[in-house]
Design a protein around this ligand. Structure first.
Ligand code: NDP
Ligand code: 8X3
Length: 291
């Protein structure tokens, strides 16, 4: 026979006892906080998250518990990524659709993010492109405008819009995507190389001027990586784009995302200022062994 005392419930745990009611209220309060966030999570804003490095970085940050703000022009890709990453990793994703070349759109989109998204820990300035690969005298002025407007001015607009959120907290990490093209000017690279050299110089300037706000600035210079980059550069000519990667194993977007995440995961007092990453077959902007 089961003795009655095994069924007795401590007075404080009886449903109608004041202590029990208080405990339930406290539990509800805790659950409410857990629900309304995940805003204990860190926040990363990633430009150009609809493809390539940006998309791979979005997944890497999401997998590590970051809430992410993903930006780009192709809304359907951002919405698809939002659904996928929020579902897979249980984090929050805020898509922002704007063209980084549009100063007002970029500034307004970022200035208007909800308050609980404003504590941005990491800004990944990744949106960018090459357009054309032509001799200087034969290149298209519109291509040059687009590259400078996107790679240089777009990066400046986004950074200026995000900085008030970082300086307010005296903390943050800005990662800029340069390229080996910033370091070695190869034939027919002209203005793309110049735009990435500008990113390199701007990164040094940011690092210097933002020291007083304890904001880290890292510039990452990747070599050839198989993303949509070449398809965009050669304006949809898939055969020419594919030739870029023939005869060797290029970097993948994931390779670069891993390195980006390594840089942000270092202790607060450590900053990777500059980093060059190529596939093993590539020495620099000039030499690639196609065996
Ligand atoms: P992808 O073409 O795959 O991705 C580029 C991203 O930039 C897309 O998400 C695109 O989004 C976004 N983007 C382009 N223009 C704009 C714009 N005007 N406004 C907003 N977003 C824009 O290329 P990668 O991932 O390879 O390139 C990412 C960065 O890395 C670039 O800065 C590139 O120069 C640099 N890089 C690339 C290398 C490579 O070999 N792949 C090597 C070294 C550096 P959407 O079209 O939706 O707007
Ligand atoms: C992209 C790499 O070598 O095509 O920045 O310039 S390269």
């Amino acid at each position: 026979m089961v003795r009655p005392e095994y069924f007795s419930v401590a007075p404080s745990l009886r449903f109608n006892s004041p202590t029990f009611i208080l405990r339930v209220k406290k539990l509800n309060c805790l659950l409410f906080h857990l629900n309304t966030n995940s805003f204990m999570n860190k926040i990363a804003l990633i430009t150009g998250a609809s493809s390539g490095f940006g998309k791979a970085a979005a997944e890497k940050f999401a997998a590590n518990g970051y809430n992410i703000i993903i930006t780009g022009r192709r809304e359907h890709l951002l919405l698809g990524l939002q659904k996928e990453l929020a579902g897979r990793y249980g984090i929050e994703v805020l898509p922002l659709v704007f063209d980084v070349r549009d100063r007002t759109a970029a500034t307004d989109a970022i200035a208007g993010i909800p308050e609980h998204w404003q504590a941005i820990d990491v800004l990944l300035n990744n949106a960018g492109l090459a357009l054309g690969k032509d001799y200087f005298d034969e290149a298209d002025l519109d291509d040059w405008d687009t590259m400078l407007d996107t790679n240089v001015k777009g990066l400046l607009y986004v950074t200026k819009a995000v900085l008030p959120f970082m300086t307010a907290r005296n903390q943050g990490h800005i990662i800029n995507l340069g390229s080996v093209a910033a370091i070695d000017v190869y034939e027919k690279g002209n203005v793309y190389c110049a735009s990435k050299a500008a990113v390199d110089t701007i990164s040094k300037a940011m690092r210097t001027d933002l020291l007083r706000h304890r904001i880290k600035v890292t510039v990452i210079h990747p070599g050839a990586a198989d993303t949509e980059f070449s398809l965009v550069r050669f304006k949809g000519d898939a055969a020419t784009a594919q030739k870029t990667y023939e005869g060797y194993q290029p970097l993948t977007a994931l390779d670069v995302a891993e390195v980006i995440y390594y840089c942000v995961s270092l202790p607060a007092h450590v900053c990777v200022n500059e980093l060059i990453i190529t596939c093993t077959a590539q020495a620099n902007g000039f030499y690639t062994f196609r065996g």
